[in-house]
Design a protein around this ligand. Structure first.
Ligand code: NDP
Length: 284
């Protein structure tokens, strides 16, 4: 216990937020690194977001995470955005730089770090296929395009939403992104190197749901990734494993987005293994 009771503050604003596991992971990291920092989990309604952001400034908080429904709505309360957050159009991490609050988006960066570190793949020059066109998909797509994939095919149920996202990211990144509607069973093409589920299909409590995809044509080296982290072994991950394919679960993305946030806030190298272990325990 510190003697001056003056801890540095971080936290998450969301609604609902009680089940958000990030605090467990960040508190474990602070303890491991001997940092007198705290991570507060704060339920904030959309009507109170402006007041909460004033509080973040008034309390001199070092950083915050934003989760549903504040990732886009927070932008007017910030002093600046990173290039990625600007293209994505959403912020999941705020960093204090002097008196300024700067919005970052570490979701896609966390995904990418997982692909490189845990999946053993450099996306540069690879062909990627992604299901989904929501917030997670937007962040993942932006980072894949910035990392130099040669083709990114977005497959989504809602044509309007999918086409709008692809148009937006084409303008923002000038990258090779295209769209296909998701009709019936989607057969993952044989030339794809990376396949990502960025929909919420399979998310707890609907754990028996699985994206309607066919992996029969998939090449042996395909890396199958799921953004859904609860449960870590989704229907898709189980199906891909059953076909002998390489997999990357959503826990990897969740841990690394937290690792990147921790390092942005503290400037200290994050204890990745400790964070992962804390998160796995919390989700058990
Ligand atoms: P959104 O609500 O913004 O988007 C949901 C997406 O899923 C849309 O593309 C939607 O398609 C699609 N979808 C949902 N249900 C179905 C269905 N039955 N059939 C076909 N498509 C469907 O959610 P987010 O992008 O914020 O989150 C997506 C997932 O990513 C969640 O499971 C979330 O937990 C996870 N996530 C994981 C993170 C991590 O660190 N691992 C970080 C952030 C998110 P349509 O447009 O047609 O409605």
């Amino acid at each position: 216990m510190p003697t001056n009771y003056k801890a540095e503050l971080t936290g998450v604003l969301g609604q609902p937020v009680a089940e958000n596991p990030t605090g467990v992971m960040q508190e474990a990291a602070f303890a491991e690194c001997g940092l007198d920092w705290r991570y507060l989990t704060m339920e904030v309604s959309p009507a109170n977001l402006g007041a909460a952001m004033q509080g973040v400034r008034a309390f001199g908080m070092r950083g915050i995470n934003l989760t549903i429904p504040h990732k886009v709505a927070v932008i007017p309360y910030l002093d600046g955005l990173s290039e990625e957050a600007r293209v994505i159009g959403a912020v999941n991490t705020v960093v204090r730089r002097g008196d300024e609050l700067i919005g970052e988006n570490t979701d896609g960066k966390g995904f990418l770090r997982g692909v490189r570190q845990d999946g053993g793949m450099d996306p540069r020059g690879k062909r990627a296929v992604m299901l989904g066109a929501g917030g997670a998909a937007r962040a993942i797509a932006t980072e894949l395009l910035m990392a130099g994939v040669t083709d990114l095919l977005v497959v989504n149920r809602s044509v309007e939403r999918g086409e709008a996202m692809v148009r937006h990211l084409q303008e923002g990144t000038k990258g090779p992104i295209r769209f296909a509607p998701w009709v019936g069973t989607y057969a993952v093409p044989g030339d794809a190197d990376l396949f990502v589920n960025a929909t919420s299909i399979g998310l707890y409590p609907n754990v028996s749901d699985c994206p309607d995809v066919d992996l029969v044509e998939a090449k042996e080296s395909l890396l199958v990734c799921d953004a859904v982290f609860n449960p870590p072994v989704t229907g898709l991950i189980a199906k891909a494993k059953g076909r002998g394919l390489r997999v990357l679960d959503g826990l990897s993305m969740l841990v690394y987005q937290g690792v990147i946030g921790f390092e942005l806030w503290t400037g200290v190298k994050a204890p990745e293994a400790v964070m992962k272990e804390a998160l796995e325990k919390a989700l058990q």
